[in-house]
Design a protein around this ligand. Structure first.
Ligand SMILES: [Fe+2]
Ligand SMILES: [Fe+2]
Length: 277
């Protein structure tokens, strides 16, 4: 019976990660494609190929359920892992082309390539951990996930600041403030990381989560407002509405993870992780 619960938890966690991140990978393919020059047909084809791959993974993940045989999910995880490795290589290749000025005039920031490749690396690592049955112990997971996501949030604030029209002065200022705030939080997280394992006390980790949550909530609200304004064509920017929604969903994901850690630290029951979409 206990074995059943463990395998059920493995299936539920795997599907939760794949449903969230395969959609993210699919959207990265779209954003990268939109930034390429029209003569870069090879890169455009590769991006389209990744879009189709992750779209298919996404719909297959939706078709599985908590009752699916864990062995099927184990094989699915391996297959998704391969696809994620390939998109990681693609993103790093494009980063190399941009940094050596071989794609003059294309519109993707180098930091966007690095950022989306870090997200792919994170996803790939999570699939490896799930299949190996080796998730980080809670105190390590808390620091690792926060270091990862705080940097992601700091990058988002920078992207927003740079993609808003320069005439949207108030919004650009707000985005820059978020960028500074998250840079500071990231440095604090790295300090806590370097003070491991002595820093991994319950009160310090709890305070760390509380402080990060406050900032992520306000960034999440800012992204939501920006998304709504962009969708309603009320502000000037070169932000695709889907990109605005994409970064909003990533903030929601971080908040969900913070809450899951908080519950685990304080011994409260963990809410259903399938409710995170
Ligand atoms: Fe992303
Ligand atoms: Fe992101």
């Amino acid at each position: 019976m206990e074995g059943d619960n463990v395998s059920n938890a493995f299936v539920v966690r795997s599907l939760d990660e794949i449903r969230f991140w395969s959609r993210i990978m699919k959207e990265h393919s779209l954003f990268l494609r939109l930034g390429f020059r029209c003569e870069d047909t090879q890169l455009i084809n590769e991006a389209n190929h990744f879009y189709a791959t992750f779209e298919s993974i996404e719909s297959r993940a939706q078709a599985f359920s908590a009752e699916t045989d864990p062995q099927i999910i184990q094989r699915f995880n391996v297959e998704v892992h391969t696809a994620v490795s390939h998109i990681w290589v693609f993103k790093r290749k494009v980063l190399g082309l941009i940094l050596t000025c071989q794609l003059i005039g294309q519109n993707n920031f180098p930091l966007l390539l690095d950022h989306t490749s870090r997200e792919a690396f994170y996803f790939r690592n999570r699939l490896e951990q799930l299949n190996a049955g080796k998730l980080d112990p809670l105190p390590d997971a808390i620091i690792n996930e926060n270091v990862f996501f705080l940097r992601i949030m700091a990058d988002h604030a920078k992207f927003i600041a740079h993609l808003l029209d320069p005439s949207e002065r108030k919004l650009v200022d707000q985005a820059r403030e978020f960028s500074d705030d998250f840079d500071k939080l990231l440095f604090q997280a790295r300090d806590l990381d370097s003070m491991r394992p002595q820093s991994q006390t319950a009160p310090l980790l709890d305070q760390f989560l509380d402080q990060n949550r406050v900032s992520v909530q306000s960034l999440r609200d800012f992204k939501k407002t920006a998304r709504d304004l962009i969708e309603a064509c009320r502000i000037k920017s070169i932000i695709h509405p889907l990109l605005a929604d994409h970064v909003f969903r990533e903030a929601e994901r971080f908040l969900f993870i913070i809450d899951m850690f908080e519950n685990a630290l304080t011994g409260k029951p963990v809410t259903n992780i399938e409710g995170s979409h």
